[in-house]
Design a binder for this molecule. Structure first.
Ligand SMILES: Nc1ncnc2c1ncn2[C@@H]1O[C@H](COP(=O)(O)OP(=O)(O)OP(=O)(O)O)[C@@H](O)[C@H]1O
Ligand SMILES: O=C(O)[C@H](O)COP(=O)(O)O
Length: 396
């Protein structure tokens, strides 16, 4: 793997694609800086070598060009604090200002470019746009694992303009290495825990995991599609009615392949999707009309945590309930504790997905699991066996 370790960056301007797509509150404060801190080792190595940094990223999904809400200028103060130095800013990622600031950049200095997605050319993978960006630096580094599944101008197309000078950053290398530990050569028993809102998002992953795992645990909102498919009454719980057949097929496939499939047997139900809703416990196939399942129940917690704690490899994607609300966080917390236990007992545990990572961090378990990925969709696609365009572009 061609990583930044293979180059001394002294005197070089490194053009680095990072994924600084971080959540901001309404006052533009960063609410989770994991993606920024995860890129720091790469940034620090290049600065320590005596190079300079030109950082490019997207933020959110702006639809209509420059928008205050999606400006990367909001992250400057925090990034400066983390790097311990001033961060310069170009309020347009291409054009004269960016070119002038990039060419005036001295060794040890840092320049952040405005949101790449203010140009529709970025997501289109426009070659001319990629070429304009490429002129800003001497070396191209991709450390944006979270966006590696996108074939965009800055993540993939640009690499062709650096045939001899393109490298993976440390974050990218670590993400791929940890994902590989789960994909090939996972110690057994291997358990995948799938949760979150929608079956349709995780369908391909569930399918591909059926070939690899010993245990497949399904919780969160997506479990009710399975309950309904099996003839249960699920009240107002989340459901994807067009996926009922498919849910039955997945259950059948798991059986055929000898995978132990664990679905929740009970739920914490609520009379509204609200933090102060009235709650009760119900069997998953017998949820009252007008009520909805918002977390797994105590029996499910007991069954799930036992399997997880005894696993030697765990892949977890998606929370077990609406963990953002205190009344519905128990299932996710208990599963997180079991993942911590499995790690303590020598297992390898990988957490992926924006909300699962946020849950682990909310419970303070970041350092007690093997690896927390910065990737949501990127990790899913990698685990499904797809080649990520951002990875391919550096390798070829
Ligand atoms: N029973 C439920 N009913 C409704 N929403 C649920 C339920 N259980 C979990 N959720 C919600 O699902 C959301 C997370 O789903 P999601 O599929 O986005 O997971 P994720 O870990 O963020 O993965 P990714 O980053 O790949 O999207 C959370 O906001 C959570 O509140
Ligand atoms: O948050 C993410 O998963 C990445 O930053 C990619 O963002 P996107 O889904 O808008 O391409």
């Amino acid at each position: 793997m061609k990583t930044i370790d293979q180059l001394n960056f002294a005197g070089k301007k490194a053009l680095i694609r990072v994924d600084f797509n971080v959540p901001l509150d309404k006052d533009y404060n960063i609410t989770d800086d994991n993606r920024i801190t995860a890129a720091l080792p790469t940034l620090k190595k290049i600065l320590a070598d005596g190079g300079s940094l030109i950082l490019m990223s997207h933020l959110g999904r702006p639809k209509e060009g420059p928008t205050e809400k999606y400006s990367l200028k909001h992250i400057i103060p925090h990034l400066s604090d983390l790097l311990g130095k001033e961060v310069q800013f170009a309020d347009d990622c291409i054009g004269t200002q960016a070119t002038d600031k990039a060419s005036a950049l001295k060794d040890g200095e840092v320049l952040l470019l405005e949101n790449l997605r203010f140009y529709k050319e970025e997501e289109k993978g426009d070659k001319e746009f990629a070429e304009k960006l490429s002129k800003l630096g001497d070396v191209y580094v991709n450390d944006a694992f979270g966006t590696a599944h996108r074939a965009h101008a800055s993540t993939a197309v640009i690499a062709q303009f650096f045939p001899e000078a393109k490298y993976f950053g440390y974050l990218m290398a670590a993400e791929l290495e940890n994902a590989e530990k789960v994909l090939s050569g996972a110690a057994k028993p291997f358990t995948a825990i799938m949760g979150g809102a929608k079956v349709s998002d995780k369908l391909l992953l569930i399918e591909s995991m059926l070939d690899k795992v010993d245990n497949l645990i399904i919780g969160g909102g997506m479990a009710y599609t399975f309950a309904k498919a099996q003839g249960g009454s699920i009240g107002k719980s989340l459901v994807e009615d067009d996926k009922l057949e498919l849910a039955l097929e997945l259950i059948k496939k798991a059986n055929e392949r000898g995978v132990k499939l664990l679905l929740p047997t009970d739920s914490i139900i609520a009379d509204a999707f609200a933090a102060d809703a009235n709650t009760d416990i119900a069997q998953n196939d017998n949820i009252k009309d007008g009520w909805m399942g918002l977390d797994i129940g105590p029996d499910s917690i007991a069954a799930f945590t036992k399997v997880v704690a005894e696993s030697k490899t765990v892949l977890w994607n998606g929370p077990m309930g609406v963990f953002e609300m205190e009344k519905f966080e128990k299932g996710t917390r208990a599963v997180a504790e079991a993942v911590v236990q499995a790690t303590k007992d020598g297992g390898f545990t990988l957490i992926g997905g924006g909300d699962s990572a946020a849950a682990v961090s909310k419970f303070g378990f970041n350092d007690d699991v093997s690896y927390v990925s910065t990737g949501g969709g990127a990790l899913l696609e990698y685990m499904e066996g797809k080649e990520l365009p951002g990875v391919k572009a550096i390798n070829e």
